[in-house]
Design a protein around this ligand. Structure first.
Ligand code: HEC
Length: 123
């Protein structure tokens, strides 16, 4: 083998190795995303499934004033992730508790989602 063809072969195999490494990396990150998705619901998904029945578009079909718009959240002290997580976990009056239906992470996700939506005025 002369020097030139060795050089060529070396480059070829380097490209091959790098391609394989890249594919493996890509695959493992897809698996991580898929797993995260199936284990913990996003805030938006939790809201759709568990909250929208009463709070569609940030409203409240049972007690209209106690909605999820920024003004009401301020007024009743639910303008923080912790406070929203607390009412979701423990419930209040006609709102049932979700502490045993949702994981802590899902409750945190939905609380963040509610705050973020309130900041955008539920658009
Ligand atoms: C069965 C209907 C119902 C469902 C489902 C429901 N809520 Fe509520 N929610 C209420 C009612 C009624 C209140 C008012 C409670 C009170 O203060 O008397 C309320 C109050 C709230 C408040 C306080 C709002 C304010 O202005 O005082 C937040 C935040 C909230 N809910 C978030 C959620 C989230 C997040 C979910 C889903 C995990 C959810 N709720 C599911 C009925 C519901």
């Amino acid at each position: 083998m002369n020097n030139l063809s060795f050089n060529y072969m070396f480059k070829k195999s380097l490209v091959l190795v790098l391609t394989i490494a890249f594919c493996l990396l890509l695959q493992s990150s897809f698996i991580t995303i898929a797993q995260a998705d199936s284990l913990v619901l996003s805030g938006e998904k939790v809201f759709e499934v568990h909250c929208a029945g009463c709070h569609v578009n940030g409203g409240n079909i049972i007690r209209r004033g106690k909605n999820l718009k920024m003004k009401a959240l301020h007024k009743y002290g639910y303008d923080s992730v912790d406070a929203i997580a607390d009412i979701v976990t423990n419930g209040k009056n006609n709102m049932s508790a979700f502490g045993d239906k949702l994981s802590e992470q899902e409750i945190k996700n939905v609380a963040q989602y509610v705050l973020q939506q309130a900041e955008n005025n539920w658009k």
